[in-house]
Design a protein around this ligand. Structure first.
Ligand code: F6R
Length: 594
């Protein structure tokens, strides 16, 4: 989604703003812009890429400025609708993420008062409101302007003649980076890691005043203290480190991610979160909410929670949960969101809390909105994920769910010990998949020649079929459907034929025989079948056209190994098709609109 940056200090703002904006490109955008204060406000914006824009803008000497990458929601992508937006005089400039729900009403009022609007955006009301309320203090004017608006925002405002930036947030992320006689504003940590790893997370409703001399944060007019945090991520982690794409690097980081996640949990305590209250509170059911890839992690969670905790688990798409009545008696909720900013998940969380449901969040981003909203938070240790499509953060979610259920389970010790042993072996097993990627590459290339592909699985691997299909769709632009293997005959069989390859995930568990029958049925309809299977047992190879052999693991962890294979399959298909793999069209890393 949109990215925000701001800089004030003793260096020229222009190159810093462009550098920070480039670090936010992974979020997805269709236009960008900067405004630099110095001899008036100098404004440049267009539907360019950031590097193109950086080449176009003349040298500006100002040492304070703001910048934005826009992902159009309100008005088409265009130079006029791009941020920053200005007031009538062109002296006040604002960048904004979020949605101002009452902007039409405010705009009409402002027009009646003589303000001139040029764009279709909701954001443009902000500089005009600030202009209206300005009486010598930018922060007072920003505060008054925010008092008029309904909706969500993260904003940075500047005014020519005032050596400060004013920032504010509500329901949209914004951080302040602390430097030496300089400070930074950003919607996301990677933007500023080249300059500082000291960060202040703004709370809902905070107004920050950034000057050369330091940072003040106010709430309802009174100064408040906000803790400074040290970000453990390095700049290298947000770079490609020799890989052709971020996603390839992130796929290869997964052995490390699994290892770090487990080590982190071991070190912290035996239980990563204390769930004993669940027993005390008589919790009888669990609800898992998420979107997209995180939803698929939740579906795997359902299988393992039900097996090991013996309680009913519902998994819902957060975007659907928000629109129908709920029965949530004696239910505990887990929300899964790598970004911690997905609007549907945040809304669902608030709804849950309104009805007294306790919420445990699993997220990868420290200080994200969900971590401040939820009753308890578990951070996954995936590190920064730059590619829009989730890979390593999904892996970290899966491992966290396994660990969570094992921490809480009262299953017999032998079973848990076996699982623990299996978990510990996973980094090496994943590495084996990565070391043998040349065969997967071959099948990725093969799939790249088709326009429709089915992915099927059963049990624990059904969600992985959904995830494999999602990855292929989003990065290789191939239409793909993930199906529970037994469901194909209830409709999709009508589509099967030579031009519709099927990727079947076979596990040596209770579903094995049924899966083989499903594959036979598919073969009888002429569709080519690629099977993922842990060993060549003489049967699978006879039925399938191709077999990708995966390392053998405890069947409960087969989703982890199969995930890595399907990620690589999608990657190589996308590469063969020449797709912009890290930044697929129309997609954004965090989806902050419902
Ligand atoms: C797909 C992908 C998305 C996200 C979804 C939810 O690769 O990344 O489907 O999983 O947008 O995002 P989070 O997990 O940030 O709530």
């Amino acid at each position: 989604m949109c990215g925000i940056v701001g800089y004030i200090g003793n260096r020229r703002a222009q190159p810093i703003l462009f550098n920070c904006l480039a670090r936010l490109e992974y979020r997805g955008y269709d236009s960008c812009g900067i405004a630099v204060s110095g001899g008036g406000v100098k404004l440049y914006k267009d539907t360019f890429r950031v590097d193109e824009m950086a080449r176009t803008v003349p040298r500006l000497s100002g040492m304070a400025g703001i910048g934005h990458t826009r992902w159009a929601t309100c008005g088409e992508p265009s130079a006029t609708n791009a941020h920053p937006h200005c007031d009538c005089s062109g002296n006040i400039a604002v960048v904004h993420n979020g949605i101002i729900s009452n902007f039409q009403e405010l705009k009409l009022k402002l027009i009646a008062e003589g303000h001139n609007f040029v764009s279709e955006t909701d954001t443009e009301v902000l500089p005009h409101l600030i202009e209206k309320y300005y009486n010598g203090s930018l922060e007072a004017a920003v505060e008054a302007a925010l008092g008029d608006i309904k909706g969500s925002y993260a904003i940075v405002a500047l005014k020519s003649g005032e050596t400060k930036l004013v920032v504010a947030r509500k329901d949209s992320p914004l951080i302040i980076g602390v430097g030496d006689q300089e400070s930074f504003a950003a919607s996301d940590v990677p933007a500023i890691l080249d300059y500082t790893n000291r960060v202040i997370y703004l709370e809902e409703g905070d107004i920050g005043i950034m000057t050369n001399a330091g940072i003040k944060i106010k709430r309802n007019g009174t100064e408040v203290d906000r803790k400074e945090h040290k970000i453990p991520w390095s700049v290298e982690e947000v770079q490609k480190a020799g890989y052709e794409h971020f996603i390839l690097k992130e796929i290869h980081e997964q052995p490390r991610v699994v290892r770090d996640t487990l080590v982190g949990y071991y070190q912290e305590a035996e239980l990563i979160v204390d769930l004993e209250w669940m027993r005390d509170a008589g919790i009888e059911a669990m609800l898992i909410l998420a979107c997209g890839t995180s939803y698929h992690a939740g579906l795997v969670g359902k299988y393992i929670f039900e097996e090991l905790l013996r309680i009913p688990v519902r998994v819902e798409l957060a975007s659907e949960f928000n629109y129908y009545p709920q029965t949530l008696a004696k239910t505990m909720a887990i929300v899964i969101t790598q970004s911690g900013e997905t609007a549907d998940v945040l809304r669902a969380t608030r709804r849950l809390q309104e009805v007294g449901c306790r919420v445990l969040a699993i997220t990868n981003v420290m200080g994200s909105t969900i971590s401040r909203l939820a009753d308890q938070t578990i951070y996954t240790s995936a590190g920064p994920e730059i590619s829009v499509a989730s890979t390593k953060s999904f892996m970290a979610q899966l491992v966290t769910l396994y660990w969570l259920v094992m921490s809480y389970s009262r299953a017999d010790v032998k079973r848990l010990d076996d699982m623990l042993m299996g978990l510990r072996q996973l980094p090496n097993k994943i590495q084996q998949v990565l070391d043998n990627k040349s065969s997967i590459k071959r099948y990725g290339k093969y799939l790249s020649g088709y326009e429709n592909v089915f992915f099927i699985g059963r049990g624990l691997n059904y969600p992985i079929a959904l995830e494999g299909a999602l990855k292929l769709k989003e990065i290789a632009y191939i239409h793909a459907e993930g199906y529970a293997a037994g469901e194909l005959k209830h409709g999709p069989f009508a589509l099967l034929g030579r031009d519709t390859p099927v990727v079947a995930i076979v596990a040596k568990d209770d579903t094995y025989e049924a899966m083989l029958n499903n594959i036979r049925e598919i073969k009888a309809r002429g569709a080519p079948v690629i099977v993922l299977f842990e060993e060549e047992d003489g049967t699978v190879g006879k039925i399938a056209d191709f077999v990708i052999t995966v390392p053998k693991v405890d069947f409960r962890f087969s989703p982890i190994i199969n995930t890595v294979v399907l990620q690589l399959l999608a990657y190589y298909a996308a590469k063969e098709r020449g797709c912009p793999i890290d930044f697929p069209r129309n997609l954004a890393k965090s989806v902050t609109v419902e």
